[in-house]
Design a protein. Structure first.
Length: 114
């Protein structure tokens, strides 16, 4: 089959202002889940890591722990950072109250690169 015939098959057909799209060309949608977790102690880190390993984007509320115990918060963030790095994920702090963790297939937009 030549290239022109292939392009002709992919071209949508127009009828009365509607466009007909071949459904076999549509890709299956992938779902990305977003979880919101609270970080109250170091014991919560394992649950958060598991959510990340399952492929979820995780928003971690860190405000309460930041106000209570800054040293323990640093240990938790360090452990979560190592997990993200091992998974080729991404991590960022939002509004000083949330930590955002993403799996490998999601990147956090940080604005236009300079």
């Amino acid at each position: 089959m030549d290239f022109k015939k292939i392009l002709e098959k992919l071209k949508p057909k127009e009828e009365e202002g509607f466009i007909e799209v071949d459904e076999s060309l549509l890709e299956e949608k992938e779902e990305i889940n977003l979880k919101i977790e609270n970080l109250n102690s170091f014991a919560d880190v394992e649950r958060i890591q598991q959510s990340l390993r399952e492929g979820n984007v995780v928003f971690v509320k860190i405000k309460d722990m930041r106000d209570k115990n800054l040293e323990e918060l640093k240990k938790c963030v360090d452990r979560l950072k190592k997990t993200c790095m091992a998974m080729n994920g991404d991590m960022a702090i939002a509004h000083d109250d949330f930590l955002i963790l993403t799996p490998e297939f999601v990147r956090i937009y940080r604005g236009k690169a300079a």
